[in-house]
Ligand binder design. Structure first.
Ligand code: 1HN
Length: 347
């Protein structure tokens, strides 16, 4: 690109002032920033230690109820984008707490959500008339525009990571939100109905996709993901960048489980040092098992179970494990793939 001298003459400055008055501006002053040579984002590498943030979640549990808060969530704010409620430039993440006996009232919105259970068992989330009980490591989906509420009839606090496509929906200004007329939606199906209908390698004849472009299965239990990783690792070499990595799929399409967010689970062996890897989908990880050290660009962090970390677009990541490690992750990859934008580079 030919460069334009930045020391614009007085005549240029004068022109710019007159342009400005008509809500116009000279492209040549901003062209390089608009079209950078490589991904440019304010998203920074970061790791939230669960042991540091958990006390704040616990204290919030004493100061506000889930009902009053609507959702009692600690937003994980990317340090490069404070105050914008986002963990990458396209995705939102937070840690949500529900205490025994509490409910989080029913509503629906265009934004899709995922839940990844971090601590505790026995709470449920209800999606479109079906409840599913949450256990650590479960990956649960709230499809776009489905009524959802959460409750905890159990005896332990339950914490999960929420992931939402808020910024993607905002970019298109396609947001809708509606409160359900009652606090809790009625139960319309048996627990496990969605899995029985679509999750056992079967589908009812002629069944329409109940959640449109989102997977008809809305709970992918950890026990099953873990078993898949275990068996995969017995018969196949670890990938030098990913170890053994699988994506959560929509059984009706074979594609990503959600139209806007991709979710993955991966196993890294003990003492593994992954080859540096970068991709254009900035990715959020939740550590499930194991631990070690992660290098993201020029920064390095120790990680242990329940920590959350973020790898920005096109920043190389490498994991060094101390113990067999399981990582859950999610990103905006489906949108990038649909638009032909997604790229990756090994090494
Ligand atoms: C939401 O509806 C939930 O349903 C969680 O649990 C987090 C963050 C922003 C907007 C809506 C939930 C949310 C949210």
């Amino acid at each position: 690109m030919a460069s334009v001298p930045h020391t614009a003459s007085n005549a240029r400055q004068d022109l710019y002032r007159r342009m400005d008055k008509q809500n116009t501006a000279p492209l040549w002053e901003v062209l390089h920033a608009l079209i950078p040579d490589e991904p440019a984002t304010r998203c920074k590498p970061y790791l939230w230690k669960y042991k540091d943030v958990r006390p704040h979640i616990t204290e919030a549990g004493k100061l506000i109820t889930a009902k009053e808060a609507i959702r009692r969530v600690l937003v994980l704010e990317n340090p490069g984008m404070r105050g914008e409620s986002c963990i990458t430039q396209s995705l939102y993440a937070g840690l949500q707490l529900i205490l025994p006996g509490e409910i989080a009232p029913s509503h629906r919105h265009s934004q899709s959500a995922l839940r990844f259970i971090v601590e505790g068992s026995g709470a449920y989330t209800a999606v479109d008339g079906e409840r599913t009980t949450m256990y650590p490591g479960d990956f649960i989906i709230t499809p776009s525009w489905t009524f959802h509420d959460h409750g905890n009839p159990g005896s332990e606090p339950v914490v999960w990571m929420d992931g939402l496509d808020i910024r993607i929906v905002e970019l298109f200004a396609a947001q809708f939100h509606e409160v359900y007329p009652e606090e809790v939606q009625p139960v319309a199906r048996s627990e496990g109905a969605a899995t029985a209908r679509f999750g056992n390698g079967l589908a009812p004849l002629g069944a329409a996709a109940p959640f449109g472009k989102t997977s008809p299965i809305f709970n992918y239990p950890y026990a099953r993901s873990r078993e898949s990783l275990d068996l995969l690792s017995r018969d196949q070499e670890a990938d030098p960048c990913h170890g053994w990595k699988m994506q959560f799929v929509n059984p009706l399409t074979g594609g990503h489980a959600m139209p806007t967010i991709a979710a993955f689970i991966q196993l890294l062996p003990n003492g593994f040092r992954s080859q540096p890897y970068r991709a254009t989908d900035g990715t959020i990880y939740s550590v499930v098992e194991g631990g070690g050290r992660v290098t993201i660009g020029s920064e390095s962090f120790e990680f242990e179970p329940r920590d959350t970390l973020v790898v920005p677009s096109w920043v190389p990541v490498s994991f060094q494990t101390a113990g067999e490690t399981v990582l859950f992750s999610f990103s905006d990859r489906p949108g990038q793939e649909a638009m032909g934008l997604w790229r990756e580079r090994r090494g």
